[in-house]
Design a protein around this ligand. Structure first.
Ligand code: F6R
Length: 616
């Protein structure tokens, strides 16, 4: 949901800002813009509708010099994605320029007040309203930029991560955040500051990062140390974190799209996810959060899981894992519903927040509410240092590296792997799993990355198969038990990148309605691997075949029965029932990818979507 970058230092700002925007483009790509203040004190601002590459074309051949600048890639909330609404915005006097990620909820009222005071507006955005409010405050009180930003922010309701430059203070950037992420990278000495929505634009320049907290304002001034205050101007002592971001993970590594790279990354990143935690030689799973919070975890009355989208699908799998192994009841809620449902949650409950980005606004609000009501919050997050990670009492990172493709793939398998380790670790502490089952589970889990490699070797086969489905308008995905959430995930992958309507359903529910949709033009994807409900799903498949539905089935290697019913099958290596989602989802990711590519669509940046949903 919009990405911002800012730079102040001794190097040319423009290339750093553009590179940063490319890395943040996953957050939105409706428009992009950059403002650089040159040595003569002139602000040069360039904007373009669409991608960052369009912006580069617009700026080419123009003056982009200067060692201080701000930049933005937009996912539209207020106002159409056109050039006028693109950031950076400029204040009435032309002195101030600002980029913003978030939503100012009382922008309408403030706009009217500012109009009454003689301000006019060039865009429909809430951002311009905040900028003009800063300028008004400066003019009214003769305030410097930092003081004006603090006072203006006290008047706004909503979410913001902003970076502002004032031509009158050419060596300063003021930035602030509330409910939208912001990180500040510290270069050598006091001479260099990198500000960004996440650490990816900073990686490669410095590994020292400060993550701002809500309602903090940071002043980056040439030659001076970083200075952070509250909105009331009270100084804040901050901590610098060392980031360990593998810059090669931020490139496509020879693949045509991030999504395909991330699908192929899965064997290695899942090994990283298990490294040091799954210890087959010692027959142990060690998760520090479980060791440190053993009593709360095994003594909890029940668990709740809150998340959105793909992470919600992982939660549905986590529920089954925990209920099976730990015999603790688990409720799964969409974070967006939970936060407005006046939930019955309190002391004794453990609330798991599952999130790749760690910035999803609804998930963050849900755990803040759960925390206020006395529950313990356990984060299962990918982005290190993110808001959800910091708002959690404890947690386990999934450690699958940055996920750039908008459609989540490796984060899903990473979340599922962590949830599996978590269920087994808690079960062992609780004594609800036998030693033999625990040891067998560890052995099986360790083999998953190798099994995924075997599925990835079928990429060409799945690519060829995908071509047969390109013209379809609808799909059904059916699974049962552990594979029902995989059916939901397969359908979500397809619809978000190929724009084909797809429904995921528990296979047996089909005859309570959706079977009416089945005809010779309806592809029905069954997840029919050899598991406890295999016989049942065969009957469901027969029901579809009898109505001439076109069955594509994910089956265990060597299955001959399904081959007699389905039009196409994709074989996956056999595994234990509880691990089945980790293998059965892989062909569905590849199928969605190849269908979308065959349709000529940009799978990394599907229309209307953004990677990190930091607005509700
Ligand atoms: C789908 C997808 C989204 C996210 C959802 C939650 O491919 O990526 O549905 O899963 O927006 O995001 P996180 O996990 O960052 O909280």
């Amino acid at each position: 949901m919009c990405g911002i970058v800012a730079y102040l230092g001794c190097r040319e700002a423009y290339p750093i800002l553009i590179r940063g925007l490319h890395r943040l483009e996953y957050r939105g790509y409706d428009s992009a813009g950059v403002a650089v203040l040159n040595d003569e004190g002139k602000l040069n601002i360039y904007k373009a509708v669409g991608k960052v590459s369009n912006l580069e074309q617009v700026a080419e051949g123009h003056d982009c010099s200067g060692t201080i600048g701000i930049a933005h890639t937009r996912w539209a909330t207020h106002g159409a994605p056109n050039e006028a609404n693109a950031h950076p915005h400029i204040s009435q006097s032309g002195d101030l320029t600002m980029v913003h990620n978030g939503i100012i909820e009382n922008a309408g009222g403030l706009r009217d007040q500012l109009k009454a005071k003689g301000f006019s507006f060039r865009s429909e955005t809430d951002t311009e309203v905040l900028l003009q409010l800063i300028e008004y405050t400066q003019q009214k009180h003769g305030a410097d930029l930092a003081s004006a930003v603090r006072s203006a922010l006290k008047k706004v309701i909503g979410a913001y991560a902003i970076a502002v430059i004032d031509r009158k203070e050419p060596g300063t950037i003021v930035a602030a955040r509330k409910s939208s992420p912001l990180a500040v990278g510290l270069g050598e000495g006091n001479s260099e500051f990198f500000i960004a929505s996440d650490a990816s634009p900073i990686a490669g320049y410095t590994n020292k990062v400060v993550y701002l907290n809500d309602e903090e304002v940071v002043v980056c001034r040439r030659g001076e140390p970083l200075y952070i205050t509250t909105l009331n101007a009270d100084k804040v002592d901050f901590r610098t974190k060392e980031i360990d971001l593998d810059v090669t993970m931020l490139d496509k590594g020879g693949f045509p799209h991030f999504m395909l790279k991330e699908i192929f990354d899965q064997p290695s990143v899942l090994r990283d996810c298990m490294r040091g935690r799954l210890l087959p030689a010692h027959h142990r799973i060690i998760l520090s959060a479980v060791t440190e919070h053993r009593e709360e975890l095994i003594g909890a009355k029940r668990y709740l899981m809150v998340s959105c989208g793909t992470s919600w699908h992982a939660a549905l799998i986590g529920k089954q894992l925990i209920e099976q192994f730990c015999r603790i009841p688990v409720e799964v809620a969409y974070a967006s519903e939970f936060r407005y449902s006046d939930p019955v949650v309190g002391p004794g409950d453990v609330v798991f927040a599952i999130s790749q980005s760690g910035e999803t606004a609804d998930t963050l609000s849900a755990i803040q509410m759960a925390s206020e009501r006395g529950a313990m919050v356990f984060g299962i997050v990918n982005a290190v240092g993110s808001s959800i990670a910091r708002a959690s009492d404890t947690g386990t990172y999934i450690h699958v590296g940055p996920e750039i493709g908008v459609a989540s793939t490796k984060a899903f398998t990473g979340q599922t792997t962590v949830l599996t380790m978590l269920a087994l670790a808690i079960a062992r502490e609780k004594g609800s799993i036998s030693e033999t089952d625990y040891n067998d589970a560890i052995t099986e889990l360790e083999q998953i990355p190798d099994k995924i490699e075997r599925i990835l070797a079928k990429n060409d086969e799945i690519k060829a198969l995908a071509k047969e489905y390109v013209d379809k308008k609808n799909f059904l995905y059916l699974g049962r038990g552990m594979n029902f959430p995989v059916a939901l995930e397969g359908a979500l992958k397809l619809k978000e990148i190929s724009y084909i309507h797809a429904e995921g359903y528990p296979a047996a529910e089909m005859k309570h309605g959706p079977i009416a949709l089945v005809d010779e033009d309806m592809p029905v994807v069954f997840i029919a691997t050899h598991h406890n409900l295999y016989e049942k799903i065969l009957s469901n498949m027969q029901e579809v075949a009898a109505r001439k539905g076109r069955v594509l089935a994910i089956v265990s290697e060597g299955d001959t029965v399904v081959k007699g019913i389905a039009e196409h099958v994709i074989e996956v290596p056999p595994t234990a029932n509880f691990l089945s989602p980790l293998v059965s989802v892989i062909p569905l990711q590849l199928l969605a990818y190849h269908i979308a590519v065959s349709k000529g669509l940009n799978v990394d940046q599907p229309r209307n979507l953004a990677k990190s949903v930091t607005v509700e």
